[in-house]
Design a protein around this ligand. Structure first.
Ligand code: BLA
Length: 241
């Protein structure tokens, strides 16, 4: 279901100078014991970003996932790029979340970084369902203009592919703008906020149980700790420099 999206994302990363980086040993690929589910992950070194991760889970009809987070360099306070697309084939259920994940929730930050996403969201009302979040707090690391949809095949095949491509493009546009103007949050504070994002996300992410059920608890623990949210497990007493 999400292979064309994955291809689009990787093509666009490469077009912006992205080079593959190594994923910790054993986490780049895992096949479930039953042999019917596979998870693959990629890390990219992209100019202007300190980390860009991508994960694709293929569990056939039961679940398809594309997940990605881009963390800009600390000297740039622009939002993180967050993608979480899930397709539950047997129920034909789509959960799609695309957001520029804000580091802070203040008005001037929104005005600086969210003109592009605002326009995008207004073009795709079908991806703007007024869903309530069950695990996450919508006012922490989510923007008021996120594309968030619990839908079905119509959204998955209709608006989503177009919105996805435009979303990626809009994030590059944001980066072009962000590097031309001064970053207003000092880089040490940006670093602290990135760490707080990883800590918050690792606590709230509803995916751990899912990984454990397909790939075992110890693999799932390692995947969260070493790949998805490595900053959430750093020694808090270690200096931030
Ligand atoms: C929801 N994401 C979910 C759910 C699962 C995952 C199983 C619950 C589905 C449901 O609500 O019906 C799965 N999350 C994953 C997977 C990974 C992961 C497989 O991190 C890792 C490979 N989640 C993100 C990012 C965003 C995000 C970057 O990882 C932001 C764009 C958002 N996921 C997000 C939101 C929900 C969700 C908002 C709904 C959760 C809620 O209702 O609070």
């Amino acid at each position: 279901m999400f292979d064309p999206f994955l291809q689009e994302l990787h093509t666009s990363i490469k077009a912006h100078g992205g080079k593959p980086a190594s994923v910790p040993n054993g986490l780049e690929l895992c096949v479930s014991q039953k042999g019917n589910s596979m998870i693959r992950s990629w890390l990219w070194n992209v100019p202007g970003f300190r980390r860009w991760r991508v994960t694709r889970l293929d569990a056939g009809k039961s679940l398809q996932v594309l997940n990605s987070v881009a963390y800009p360099d600390y000297n740039n306070d622009q939002p993180l790029m967050g993608i979480d697309l899930l397709w539950f084939g047997s129920r034909s259920k789509l959960v799609a979340v695309l957001d520029f994940q804000p580091l802070v929730q203040d008005q001037s930050y929104f005005e600086r970084h969210f003109q592009g996403l605002k326009v995008l969201q207004s073009r795709f009302p079908e991806l703007r369902s007024q869903e309530t979040m069950r695990s996450f707090d919508p006012h922490l690391y989510f923007s008021p203009w996120l594309l968030f949809c619990r839908g079905g095949i119509d959204q998955a095949k209709g608006a989503l592919p177009i919105a996805f491509n435009d979303f990626i493009k809009s994030y590059w546009d944001l980066q072009d703008l962000a590097i031309q103007r001064p970053s207003l949050i000092p880089s040490l504070e940006v670093r602290r906020l990135h760490i707080a994002y990883d800590i918050y996300s690792s606590r709230k992410d509803p995916a751990h149980g899912l990984f454990a059920s397909y790939f075992g608890k110890s693999w799932a623990d390692r995947f969260l700790k070493e790949f998805l949210f490595p900053d959430s497990y750093r020694d808090e007493s270690s200096p931030l420099i």
